[in-house]
Design a protein around this ligand. Structure first.
Ligand SMILES: [Mg+2]
Length: 395
């Protein structure tokens, strides 16, 4: 039998805000948000727990955040300070093990399988160390794999009802993964996006436990290759190792179709969906990109990529989409079947919002973007789409 792994999911609590509180302790306990001011058309990059109590959340336009919480204090983003603090945190993680997978500036997986101490003990000690050495609060999920550890952490944080950092440690003991998952809504599971959730709901499937009772054959029949993954995930099974190689700085999204697609409308709609995902991630991180690339895979697994440099750095969905579509049209010939489509943004730079102030040419697109973000902030990411009614291939 395979060795039982000890995987930790590590996540700093309201990281940018926590760093700002260290820089200015008078912010402690107050409702504040990190990001650009509403007149600079900013979005919330991070918000304090006191601000969350008013319904403010990250990726929300600052103007909307202020309507929800009129006394909200706005703190400009100091990317350098967050990078520095993140580096210090990561040093503590690497001191425990080289098997660290850094997921983002404030999030990482650790594989502590080789350690004799209990995984819970390691997690509690690490949480203490980060608090006492760096003055930062973090939460951890502990399980036998990355999937369960990540979801354990999400659940652990949600269980803490307070206006302060959750500072949670949630352990899912080996063998109890499926039981832990059973009552959770299917949307908490990896690989269940809005569209898959909708299709599952139409079958009456709303919890992960219910999904786990469907047979693998049935799921594969309904969702293609993706169904097999769903079948494993629903039971809390995930054998993926910790990926220690750091990716070059880029944001990418891709979709493997459950059936090969040859209709332009569906491919076009998919490109738009992927572009929106990239735009959203860039804006949340306060980044812009200068290079876009398109990945394209044929049914025989031949893969083609095309890359372009933009004349101006951008974080706007529509600009990303227009250029991705241009690349797509360079490769695709009408009627050709496509198995996978991917878009990725690289040559990333901090300071997206500041840049847009000078970028008057994009002013109307920026205004439109903010309107779209505002509606999505209220009604969800799928509530409004760019351009015409679009179709999207099933991911
Ligand atoms: Mg965090």
């Amino acid at each position: 039998m395979a060795q039982i792994r000890k995987i930790l999911h590590f996540d700093l609590d309201a990281f940018y805000c926590a760093v700002e509180e260290l820089r200015d302790p008078s912010l402690r306990g107050k409702a504040f948000a990190v990001g650009a001011r509403p007149e600079e058309r900013g979005v919330v990059a991070s918000c304090s727990y006191a601000a969350r109590a008013f319904g403010v959340h990250s990726a929300m336009p600052m103007s909307q955040a202020i309507r929800l919480c009129p006394k909200l204090i706005i703190v400009p983003r100091q990317h350098g300070a967050y990078e520095k603090a993140s580096g210090q945190v990561m040093e503590h993680l690497y001191a425990l093990t080289p098997l660290v997978e850094r997921v983002s500036i404030d999030e990482a997986f650790l594989d502590m399988t080789g350690d004799k101490e209990s995984a819970e003990g390691i997690a509690l000690r690490l949480q203490d160390t980060i608090q006492s050495e760096l003055g930062l609060s973090c939460s951890l999920g502990v399980a036998t794999n990355k999937l369960v550890a990540k979801i354990a952490n999400d659940v652990g944080k949600a269980e803490v009802q307070s206006n302060n950092s959750p500072h949670a440690v949630k352990v899912v003991p080996p063998g109890t993964e499926a039981d832990f998952f059973a009552p959770l809504p299917i949307r908490s599971l990896w690989g269940v996006g809005p569209k898959t959730a909708e299709r599952l709901a139409s079958l009456g499937v709303r919890t992960i436990g219910h999904l786990a009772r469907m047979t693998e054959e049935d799921l594969v029949r309904r969702f293609g290759k993706h169904g097999r993954e769903l079948s494993y995930y629903a039971k809390g099974i995930d054998n993926d190792p910790i990926e220690t190689v750091r990716e070059t700085q880029s944001v990418s999204k891709e979709t493997t179709f459950s059936k090969d697609v040859r209709e332009f409308d569906v491919l076009d709609g998919t490109l738009l969906y992927l572009s929106e995902g990239i735009g959203r991630e860039l804006r949340v991180e306060g980044l812009t990109c200068r290079t876009l690339s398109l990945k394209f895979r044929y049914p025989d697994f031949t893969t083609v990529t095309r890359q372009m440099t933009l004349s101006d750095a951008t974080d706007l969905d529509y600009v990303i989409y227009e250029n991705a579509l241009r690349l797509f049209k360079q490769i695709w010939r009408s009627g050709q079947s496509v198995r996978l489509l991917g878009v990725s943004a690289s040559k990333l730079n901090a300071g997206g919002e500041q840049l847009s102030l000078w970028d008057q040419g994009d002013h109307s697109k920026r205004k439109m973007q903010n309107t779209v973000d505002a509606i999505r902030g209220k009604f969800g990411n799928q509530s409004v789409r760019w351009g015409k009614e679009t179709k999207r291939g099933d991911a």
